[in-house]
Write a protein that binds this ligand. Structure first.
Ligand code: ADP
Length: 492
């Protein structure tokens, strides 16, 4: 490897001294340039950074002090020597003030010169190393500061609330989401907050803080922050360790679980509704059987036949309900395999009307229908679409008046295939319309009393329509009739 040679410039108008010094230094392993006057010296030593500069004080063009100033300005770390035969104490002081390392009185011996230059070079190496370390430290600090601000930004953007308390229960860090959830109006870092927090949250934190040793265990609790399931959060508190393994504090993460809780609630409500709906017909059948089997009741054969018949009707209703429930559950769990085919909605509606001919005849209901020519095809599962129209048209017969009418119209409107089914039936009151598509909802009035059903048909209809990104609307007038309009979007 090449040895690094100190780079020196000799700026002196005295040729003999210049050349002599250059030779001496070259033989001592310095890399030496020379300048024969002050201006050339300035040009060379400012264009390039020399390790060392030997500057003659008195030169005909510019004096050594001007050269020194120029070099120091361009390269503060170049170590400069003022060489002069006429050195006064004052010029020496001035030169050192302006940044010269020292001055060397002329004439100098080789030893004197080398001793000075070596000391100067050593100084330069130390200065450069110190500067390098300083720069490195500054860069590292900058990186750390950047890292810290990036972490802060991340913590502040979390949707989950995060806050940290130290061993004394004082708040040491929090993000905006935490404030949103626990509504601490004026939170101050360093403040004791266990008394301000909702008690159930403080309890979890205390469980950790009461342990003097660090135990890697997370405590979780659900908190209803606003009643009626309006805001429910899950809070997870975990211990924060010191590098030495002792307990430093607690980090708490707050997650909004309101939606999940709402779904859970609806599900449990649904289960209790199903149980209730199943219980009524089963209790009725059990009642009939108890009467028949009780000798004391002395049931006549005609009565027994009547009870059996009623039990069968109730059980039929139950089977129908269970089938509907299974359909709903298959739709919800998406386990039902769909066979998508290009369907003609007009033909399906027409087929459904034909299929229900017997029911129509029983009630003397007549159907008028209009199907737009060249209806676009609709890609869907035939069974589902047939089920949809069977439920709607079935209802328009079931809830119609004797000898009433049904008007069917299938046409396109914008991107939708629209099917309007208008009946002249019993209609419904505005307050009944609101709950029409909920599970088990059945209108209770003098007209519906004798009509059986599960209350699940329209909720199935709604699920099917929505699964095809469609919509359903109802228009109804009590005692006059109802119109159901189904919009199914087709791709052009
Ligand atoms: P179900 O017919 O088995 O009771 P549905 O979910 O199909 O269940 O209908 C829910 C309720 O909506 C019915 O009980 C009835 O009160 C009302 N309803 C549905 N269709 C009509 C209609 N065309 N005319 C009047 N009322 C209707």
């Amino acid at each position: 490897m090449d040895e690094i040679k100190p780079k020196v410039i000799i700026i002196d108008d005295e040729k003999g001294l210049r050349i002599g010094t250059q030779r001496l230094l070259q033989s001592e392993n310095f890399d030496v340039d020379t300048a024969e006057n002050g201006l050339t010296g300035i040009k060379m030593a400012t264009d390039f950074e020399y390790d060392l500069a030997i500057i003659d004080l008195k030169m005909p063009d510019v004096d050594g002090i001007t050269v020194l100033k120029a070099i120091k300005k361009a390269h503060p770390n170049t170590v400069c020597f003022i060489a002069t035969a006429y050195a006064s104490y004052d010029t020496a002081i001035e030169a050192t003030k302006l940044g010269a390392f020292t001055y060397i009185p002329k004439p100098f011996t080789p030893e004197e010169l080398l001793r000075n230059l070596n000391a100067g070079y050593e100084r330069r190496l130390i200065t450069l190393e110190t500067e390098r370390l300083k720069k490195e430290r500054e860069e590292r600090l900058l990186e750390l500061a950047f890292e810290k601000s990036r972490l802060n930004t991340i913590v502040n953007s979390l949707a989950d609330g995060v806050f940290v308390v130290n061993k004394n229960g004082e708040l040491v860090l929090f993000n905006p989401s935490a404030i949103k959830y626990i509504e601490l109006n004026e939170v101050i870092l360093g403040e004791k907050i266990l008394g301000i927090l909702p008690p159930i949250i403080s309890e979890q934190i205390k469980k950790i803080l009461d342990n003097t040793t660090f135990e890697n265990k997370t405590y979780t609790a659900e908190v209803e922050l606003k009643p009626e399931r309006e805001l429910v959060v899950e809070i997870k508190c975990s211990p924060v360790p010191h590098p030495d393994g002792s307990l430093a504090g607690v980090v708490a993460v707050i997650r909004n679980i309101t939606e999940m809780k709402k779904v859970e609630y609806v599900k449990s409500q649904f289960v209790s509704m199903v149980a209730h709906e199943l219980k009524t017909p089963m209790a009725a059948v059990l009642g009939f059987l108890n009467i028949i089997l009780n000798p004391e009741m002395k049931v006549t054969p005609e009565q027994e036949h009547d009870y059996m018949n009623r039990s069968r009707n109730r059980l039929n209703g139950l089977v129908e309900m269970v089938n509907d429930l299974l359909d709903i559950s298959r739709m919800e769990m998406k386990t039902k395999q769909r066979e998508l085919k290009e369907l003609n909605i007009g033909e399906i509606v027409k087929g459904t009307v034909d299929f229900l001919e017997l029911e129509l005849k029983k009630k003397g209901v007549t159907v008028t229908s209009k199907y737009q020519d060249n209806l676009p095809v609709f890609k869907a599962d035939n069974n589902e679409i047939t089920r949809l129209f069977t439920n709607i048209i079935g209802n328009s017969i079931k809830y119609n008046k004797d000898n009433g009418t049904i008007d069917v119209n299938v046409f396109t409107q914008g991107n939708y295939i629209v099917t309007k089914i208008a009946d002249t039936g019993i209609g419904m009151k505005p307050e009944d319309k609101v709950r029409l598509f909920s599970e088990f909802f059945r209108v209770k009035n003098e007209y519906t009393r004798s009509i059986s059903g599960t209350g699940l048909g329209l909720s199935i209809v709604k699920r099917i329509v929505e699964s095809y990104s469609g919509k359903i609307e109802v228009d109804s007038e009590y005692t006059k009739g109802s119109t159901f309009t189904i919009y199914l979007p087709f791709t052009k």
